[in-house]
Write a protein that binds this ligand. Structure first.
Ligand code: DP6
Length: 395
């Protein structure tokens, strides 16, 4: 059977300046720029195979083993249509290139982390889908160019096409041509950055981010000030902090921006609550850690859910993980090399915060800043020679 395929992995990213608000819901154009850290694909990634064949009769997608409808998802069709168009242009310029743009696609994608962990997987998923189809089509476009397409799948996905420290510049154009991701610094510029993901018992997300941000734009009075005044200043300050590897400035901005994002959620009508008691206990824990350590060594941040992500650098790993071990020693996620690490708290740490953290966290993921999407050898792909997911064999 005539079958073409390409496989790639793409990373998760966690924003330190949050995207929250659309000025165009169809094109996913944001009301403010944002900035994130790309996390290591060793720990968190989406793996996607894109294949096409003249024998396929419709576009099909399998996500974590379950077939999803492509035709009814305007986000998926927007990404696929854009990529096909670029392939068609390439075929027009190069008449000997196989006519892949006329073939239907079979796409299969899997995450290496449990969906139940409540981690936003759409960013890694759409980035992997766009990267895999672009590779299948052998498109010459850069990651920055492709970010224009991934953005239409999910806003935050545009930042997962690059490693290291990545901004999404909001742009001004009505057609979204200048609303693109840009690498602020590669992973190698500041490889010491670490992230601990504290998974709060996976409750279902109350308000999906798309609906939540639209409600905020429509009803919050604080929101305009954030988008027009606060975020532009923070974007430049954050870029400076990253260029200078100034962790204290990075951490201060990260925590303030997470808190302001959740403040505009609270200012939405009806109010949106993503943080719960455990999330707030983790905030107090990190604040207390910084206070008792006498300097800012850790920064918390929260997306549209209760999970806590703590950024720190390797030089303070013993202090940060030592403190986490005090309350989380018995949960899943510690690595072999952490076995020798003693549970300890800085002198003067007010241990009243520990119980609530230890009772509410179910799982730990220890990771770090990571690199670009990675292209994977064909034999490790998820689609077999028959054009169907290998995982479906025998069914
Ligand atoms: C709080 O990218 O999931 O994580 O564009 O509607 O798909 P859509 O939204 P999405 O929103 C992410 C919001 C956030 C902040 C961020 O990642 O910047």
């Amino acid at each position: 059977m005539e079958l073409y395929q390409a496989t790639t992995t793409a990373p998760v990213n966690i924003a330190v300046i949050k995207y929250w608000g659309k000025r165009d819901a169809k094109l996913n154009l944001p009301t403010n720029s944002s900035l994130s850290v790309t996390l290591s694909q060793d720990d968190l990634r989406a793996l996607t195979t894109a294949s096409c064949s003249p024998t396929f009769t419709e576009d099909r997608l399998w996500l974590n083993g379950v077939e999803e409808s492509v035709a009814t998802s305007s986000r998926l069709t927007a990404c696929i249509d854009n990529l096909r168009q670029l392939r068609a242009e390439l075929e027009q310029e190069n008449p000997s290139a196989p006519r892949l743009s006329t073939f239907k696609l079979h796409i299969c994608s899997e995450n290496n982390f449990p969906t139940a962990a409540g981690l936003a997987s759409s960013a890694a998923g759409f980035a992997a889908l766009v990267r895999a189809i672009a590779d299948l089509y052998q498109l010459p476009q850069s990651a920055k160019d492709l970010s224009r397409i991934a953005r239409q799948g999910s806003g935050s996905a545009c930042r997962s096409l690059m490693g290291g420290y990545v901004s999404w510049e909001m742009g001004e154009a009505d057609d979204g041509n200048d609303s693109l991701a840009e690498q602020v610094a590669p992973q190698s510029h500041w490889p010491e950055m670490r992230a601990a993901v504290l998974v709060v018992s996976a409750e279902r997300k109350t308000v999906p981010s798309t609906a939540g941000m639209q409600a905020t734009v429509a009803t919050s009075a604080l929101f305009r000030h954030r988008a027009d005044v606060v975020v532009p200043e923070r974007m430049s300050a954050m870029k400076r902090a990253i260029k200078e590897k100034d962790f204290e400035a990075f951490a201060d901005l990260t925590m303030k921006d997470s808190n302001q994002f959740h403040a505009v959620c609270l200012d939405t009508s009806p109010p949106i609550f993503y943080l719960n008691d455990t999330s707030r206990a983790c905030i107090r824990f990190v604040e207390e850690l910084n206070r008792s350590a006498g300097k800012v060594i850790a920064a918390y941040t929260y997306d549209a859910g209760p999970n806590c992500v703590i950024y720190y650098t390797v030089e303070n790993e013993e202090i940060v993980l030592g403190a986490l071990k005090k309350c989380l020693a018995n949960i899943d996620g510690w690595r072999e090399r952490d076995a020798a690490l003693a549970a300890s708290l800085p002198e003067g740490f007010d241990s009243r915060t520990l119980d609530a953290v230890s009772q509410g966290i179910t799982r730990l993921i220890l990771t770090q800043v990571g690199g670009d999407p990675v292209s994977i050898a064909q034999d490790k792909g998820l689609i077999g020679q028959d054009g169907l997911p290998k995982s479906l064999k025998g069914h």
